[in-house]
Write a protein that binds this ligand. Structure first.
Ligand code: ATP
Length: 339
């Protein structure tokens, strides 16, 4: 797995000055992007993006609404042409080799279009044809996917009668029809119930972990990104502003350690004792009886317990909180959005 980008906030999009794209294309890189740009009128949706994604990697593309994630996917799948820069996806140029690329990649768009009048089985058979799946393989592949996505029972009903979760499962099954080496998934769990969302996440882990496929995942769900992605890139106004593993990004956070402290509600004496404790940077009452305490170092944690008990308080829980990708993301955007 590449750690190119150093797991850091990036001052500007990284470019490999003086090195050509082909030199960057090593054996394991599935996606190589160099200085990719795309405008829509006055808006630069993707701005000088340089990036390498390795085989078998789950790569998360994060960013606010309008940051350029979908446009990036459309450029990498050959649906849009770039106004600058180059990309190689599975060794192909998406602009020139779009049809060949589409036979080897699966795409789940943000709002997948399914034919509502056709049944799930008919939808999959129709797309299998479009994707060039050999005719004799179509029935088995369609049946296998209907089973895998638990749609077999209702496979002969028109899709117009399906719930949102069933449609999303069908769209995912469709993305897997060509047996793709590479999957682009735009918000795959949005709108799904918790059980269906978990199944999709397990599927992503299986596709990458057991089957070695590469997944590019756009998501606003930072817990999901932290759990699933080997690396993430954060886009802001079309520029890559951070790149690294979730652990690397979080490690760079200079935010002290946060400890959750649960005690009797309204215990002003204990709160006062904590506020006066050396090494305590901040005490926030998050709800009655629950304090968020920021400390300068882990050495202060036992002192918190001593201070609460010393002030006659009743301590129910004391839990240091690991910083998360969400903390990193919020810190990156100054906690307010950076739109
Ligand atoms: P979201 O999280 O809302 O899906 P995104 O990160 O995927 O957002 P994009 O859809 O790539 O963002 O949009 C990036 C910018 O490009 C936005 O300002 C958007 O309005 C603009 N844009 C995207 N597609 C088009 C288009 N076809 N015509 C005009 N502007 C577009």
């Amino acid at each position: 797995m590449s750690t190119e980008g150093g797991g850091a906030r990036l001052g500007s999009a990284r470019s490999q000055h003086g090195r050509g794209l082909l030199e960057l294309t090593d054996g394991k890189a599935v996606i190589v992007v160099e200085g990719l740009s795309r405008r829509f009128g006055d808006v630069t949706a993707v701005n000088g993006l340089s990036l390498k994604i390795q085989e078998g990697e789950v790569f998360g593309l994060l960013g606010h609404n309008g940051a350029g994630k979908t446009t990036t996917i459309r450029l990498l799948t050959g649906v849009l042409s770039p106004h600058g820069g180059e990309a190689r996806v599975l060794g192909l140029d998406p602009t020139r080799d779009g049809p060949a690329l589409r036979g080897r990649t699966g795409v789940l768009t943000e709002t997948p279009a399914l034919d509502e009048r056709l049944t799930a089985r008919e939808n999959l058979s129709y797309y299998a044809d479009l994707y060039g799946v050999p005719r004799h393989e179509v029935p088995a592949r369609v049946e296998g996917l209907l089973e895998e996505f638990e749609l077999a029972d209702r496979a002969d009903e028109p899709v117009g009668r399906y719930s949102k979760g069933m449609r999303q499962r069908l769209a995912l099954a469709r993305a897997l029809l060509p047996g793709p080496e590479l999957l682009f998934l735009d918000e795959p769990t949005t709108g799904l119930d918790p059980v269906a969302a978990r199944e999709v996440r397990e599927l992503i882990v299986r596709l990458s972990g057991e089957e070695g496929r590469t997944v590019v995942l756009c998501t606003h769900n930072l817990v999901e990104a932290q759990r699933l992605c080997h690396r993430v890139g954060v886009l802001e106004h079309g520029r890559l502003v951070a790149l690294g593993t979730p652990a690397e990004l979080v490690r760079g956070l200079d935010r002290g350690l946060r400890v959750e402290v649960e005690l009797s509600p309204g215990d002003e004496g204990a709160v006062g004792a904590l506020r006066g404790l050396p090494g305590v940077l901040e005490v926030v009452e998050e709800r009655p009886g629950l304090l968020g305490v920021k400390v300068a170092s882990p050495r202060v944690v036992p002192e918190i317990a001593a201070a609460v008990v010393g002030a006659g308080g009743r301590l129910y829980r004391l839990q240091p909180q690991e910083p998360t990708l969400e903390d990193f993301y919020l810190a990156l955007h100054g906690g307010k959005g950076g739109r």
